[in-house]
Design a binder for this molecule. Structure first.
Ligand code: PFF
Length: 447
């Protein structure tokens, strides 16, 4: 087997995994869910579910990955016995398919962000016709920017773990944080922002017991931490044996929550500034506009009302979105690429172009059949596959993999792990509680 590469430091892993976790789900999905689901009540439920269900599953992925130090399919197969091998293959391939399908719709949306970024640039240069083309929804524009976004993703993945994933995550993630803080601070000074801040923090607690809200929060927590597709498992396979896994996992979860909460402080006040400036944010029935209109109509309309500062704000906002999407999309592509190179023995560069090209074809298919396929692929992957595969990961660590081997894996880099709070709670927790809770919530979602 060729050298697979390893993250060169703890920070490199945390930034790469946080880069995967922090994406459009945090900056777009989370604030909109908050705004349409009882404000602070959603934030509260989301944070609880992240610790209760998402963090334990994240740990399962990291431990399995670092143990085998192989692609996701082989990592799960290594744990299985003769009787559970079929389940290991099913889980591994289903995860890989899900990662690829998520990339196929995510890259389309990321392409829109990239197009709006260029639109803002054209606006700055006074090229209004060009700007109009960048920001109008057309087949040609969608195809061109989707391909451009794949080119970025593939070129990073082709460079490998240290020179690709690590180098770009450690460059882009600090930029993302700076951009975010700048935008929050600027929006906060605008008239109308205070109303957004108020709504954000004011929880409508009557909503906490609402099963739909709980389910949405669970889906959001899984999607946001990139769980149930093997991304975290494959990133885990590049962690050195001298690192403390429970601690690394906690850092990633906390960063992910932190950025989601920060994104709320950006997007929700921005919506109310827009409303203050005369932009419609609620439809005639009093419901918040659909989430794509909020990002691609309301926010651009807001930037228009802000004059020269709006042009700059708009460039910063869409570069924030593009960066967030890119550090996530590379982690999705890494799942099938790692399989092609670890298990099929393909050279990484070749694997990246081939697999990336194949997934791009799925995106093109979706772009041409948008109405029929876009929502379907999102529902199949995020609503059904991610929680169910997450559950299967719990089954592997809880029921199939020998517990003393799991402990030995955790002890590497975490001396005395056998006496830690983590080890006292987590093994039985992923064995019984996580699968039951996921099943219960899943059952409800079908009902
Ligand atoms: N966590 C990403 C987000 O919040 O936007 C989405 C994601 C990335 C999902 C990677 C799945 C994945 F494998």
């Amino acid at each position: 087997m060729a050298a697979r590469g390893e993250f060169s430091s703890r920070t490199a892993f945390v930034l790469a995994a946080a880069g995967s976790a922090i994406g459009l789900g945090n900056i777009w999905g989370f604030p909109i869910q908050v705004a349409s689901n009882g404000g602070g009540a959603f934030v509260f439920t989301y944070i609880i579910l992240t610790f209760l269900l998402a963090y334990p599953v994240l740990m399962a992925e990291l431990i399995i990955g670092r143990h085998a130090k192989r692609d996701t399919v082989s990592s799960i197969v290594v744990l299985s016995g003769p009787r559970s091998r079929w389940l290991a293959y099913l889980t591994g391939f289903w995860g890989m398919l899900t990662a690829s399908l998520i990339l196929s719709f995510y890259a389309i949306v990321a392409g829109w962000m990239l197009a709006h970024f260029f639109g803002a640039g054209a606006n700055l240069l006074g090229q209004t016709d060009l700007k109009q083309w960048f920001v109008s929804n057309s087949l040609t524009r969608n195809l061109i920017f989707c391909v451009a976004f794949y080119a970025l993703t593939i070129s990073i993945i082709a460079r490998g773990v240290t020179s690709g994933i690590e180098r770009w995550s450690t460059r882009l993630m600090p930029m993302l944080l700076v951009l975010m803080v700048l935008l929050i601070a600027y929006i906060a000074t605008q008239p109308g922002a205070a109303e957004g801040w108020r709504i954000y923090w004011q929880p409508d607690f009557s909503q906490v017991a609402n099963p739909d809200l709980v389910l949405d929060a669970l889906g959001q927590a899984f999607f946001s931490l990139s769980l149930g597709v093997g991304t975290m498992m494959v990133y885990g396979s590049y962690i050195s044996k001298s690192e403390n896994l429970p601690r690394l996992g906690a850092s990633v979860a906390i960063l992910d929550i932190g950025v989601a909460v920060l994104a709320g402080l950006l997007v929700i006040p921005a919506m109310y500034v827009a409303q203050h400036n005369g932009v419609t944010i609620y439809d005639a029935a009093g419901n918040l506009l659909a989430s794509d209109s909020l990002i691609f109509t309301v926010l651009p309309a807001l930037f228009e009302t802000m004059g020269g500062a709006g042009v700059i704000t708009s460039i910063l906002f869409f570069s924030l979105m593009t960066i967030a999407a890119l550090t996530s999309s590379i982690s999705m592509l890494e799942v099938p690429v790692a399989y092609a190179s670890d298990s099929l023995g393909m050279e990484r560069r070749r694997a990246s172009y081939m697999v990336g090209g194949l997934v791009l074809l799925i995106s093109v298919l979706i772009i041409f059949n948008f109405g029929a396929l876009f929502g379907l692929v999102i529902a199949f992957t995020t609503k059904y596959s991610e929680p169910l595969i997450g559950l299967l990961f719990c089954v592997f660590v809880g029921w199939i993999w020998a517990r003393n081997e799991i402990l030995q894996e955790i002890q590497q880099g975490a001396e005395g792990a056998e006496n830690s709070l983590f080890w006292r709670i987590w093994p039985n927790y992923v064995k019984f509680v996580c699968p039951l809770l996921i099943l219960l919530l899943f059952w409800r979602s079908l009902a």
